[in-house]
Write a protein that binds this ligand. Structure first.
Ligand SMILES: Cc1cc2nc3c(=O)[nH]c(=O)nc-3n(C[C@H](O)[C@H](O)[C@H](O)COP(=O)(O)OP(=O)(O)OC[C@H]3O[C@@H](n4cnc5c(N)ncnc54)[C@H](O)[C@@H]3O)c2cc1C
Length: 408
């Protein structure tokens, strides 16, 4: 046990960041309660790409082998425009020969984290939507929708996702505008290995208004993403599957089998994103982590990885500190510049891939392919993809085995 002693910790949100944080903190001997609004916690959202950073955290939770078995190794990112000109072509092996990412079905990742949480001493409270967190600067109490009070806690970790309601209650100066674009997605079988280059995250682009992505997620499944304006994703707005099918086939004829399968099933899910900026990470003993603190568009494939790193860094900061305030200050010092970089980079880059600014596509198609081949820029782009950036001018390095060395 750290000099800080045993803390009473409350965690809001049983998603990726919340479960990882609750598990680390319970393993460290703190008394942890995690609150989830749904009666049956479960995954929401598409397959995702784990970077070396997120994989390192999952290994630290003892989930490395299971995650590897459930997912699909990804060697890099390949984006072509509709004329098949290269827009993005990045390989993890440029950083270390053994480096890779891992595509994984969100359900599989959720299942592994959830099973690990249940093996920890953390107490899971479901069907509890937290609507308020009150604090006096040292201790905090949560209030649920039914008026139930929970606590007091020495530390409350708010991990209620990009669309967090608690964020605006706790930090009225936080901003979280909805991106004007989002996506639909579906996970389809890839029995015939039609994902073309199976170990790659691939994108096909036409201008800034048409984008399709394919991510192998293991178990012979591929997640297919299709960009759409947020207005078309509002609940109740029908998705014209036949028009989508025609569009997708003309953009990416080689992916016909996957497109036909997705169109036949017709059960697309919808995702919208927020660009979250906080004035600060914590209000007294209440800390925001994960998408609640730094949600962005998923263009750089970092959100889950950042949330996993938040959870690990928080547990290490508590282990190294004498009190909660000092631990949170240490957490902020360790996380702030990297998270700020990813927030800014996502914000700058996303309009080149998803926006109404068609001129940006001309710039993108002319410059990004050559930039991927220019030595300094290629390293910058690959370290960004791998989750290694600590800021605009600073980066972490992978070890000789291609693994991210977690800070202790
Ligand atoms: C289409 C798409 C593709 C993506 N691809 C990638 C990728 O390739 N790589 C990557 O790293 N990231 C990716 N992301 C981002 C990633 O999904 C998120 O960053 C990650 O899920 C955030 O985890 P979280 O735990 O912070 O929040 P969430 O996963 O949103 O979990 C929040 C939890 O809090 C619960 N909750 C909410 N409000 C309350 C409340 N008031 N009380 C109690 N419980 C509450 C919710 O029910 C939920 O269980 C993608 C996102 C999208 C939309």
């Amino acid at each position: 046990m750290s000099p800080i002693g045993t803390l009473e910790v409350g965690v809001v949100g049983c998603g990726i960041a919340g479960q990882a944080a609750a598990t680390f903190l319970a393993d460290a001997g703190h008394r942890v309660s995690i609150f989830e609004r749904f009666v049956e916690p479960g995954p929401s959202g598409a397959g995702l790409l784990l970077q070396p950073t997120g994989l390192a955290v999952l290994r630290r939770l003892g989930l490395g082998d299971q995650v590897e078995r459930s997912g699909a190794r990804i060697d890099g990112l390949l984006g072509l425009n509709h004329l098949k000109h290269v827009v993005l072509d990045l390989a993890y092996a440029d950083l270390r020969e053994a480096a890779y990412g891992l595509g994984i079905h969100r359900g599989a990742l959720f299942g592994l984290l959830h099973e690990r949480l249940q093996r920890s001493a953390a107490r899971l409270v479901t069907g509890a939507e937290i609507v308020e967190v009150e604090h006096d600067g040292r201790r905090a109490t949560m209030v649920d929708k039914a008026g139930g009070r929970h606590g007091p806690f020495d530390l409350v970790v708010v991990a209620d996702g990009a669309h967090s309601r608690l964020r605006e209650r706790l930090m009225p100066r936080a901003t979280a505008p909805l991106y004007p674009w989002g996506c639909i997605w579906a996970t389809v079988p890839d029995a015939g290995k039609v994902a073309i280059a199976p170990a790659m995250l691939q994108q096909r682009l036409r201008g800034t208004t048409t984008m399709m992505g394919l991510l192998p997620v293991g178990q012979d499944l591929v997640t297919l993403f299709w960009s759409l304006p947020a207005a078309a994703l509002e609940p109740g707005q029908p998705i014209d599957v036949e028009a989508w099918r025609t569009n997708a086939l003309s953009l990416w004829p080689e992916a016909a089998a996957l497109i036909e399968h997705a169109a036949g099933a017709g059960n697309f899910a919808r995702a919208t994103y927020r660009q979250v900026t906080l004035p600060h990470w914590n209000e007294g003993p209440v800390l925001l982590i994960g998408d609640a603190a730094h949600g962005t568009s998923p263009q750089l494939g970092q959100g889950a990885n950042l949330g996993l790193l938040d959870a690990h860094v928080l547990s290490r900061a508590l282990a190294a500190s004498d009190d909660v305030a000092a631990a949170l200050a240490l957490f902020v010092r360790r996380r702030d510049s990297s998270v700020r970089f990813y927030r800014q980079a996502s914000h700058l880059l996303t309009p080149f891939f998803q926006s109404d600014l068609s001129l940006l596509a001309l710039v993108r198609d002319a410059l990004m392919g050559p930039a991927c081949m220019a030595p300094g820029l290629r390293t910058m782009m690959t370290t960004t993809l791998a989750g290694l950036r600590r800021g605009w001018f600073s980066t972490a390095e992978l070890d000789a085995e291609g693994r991210y060395p977690l800070e202790d």
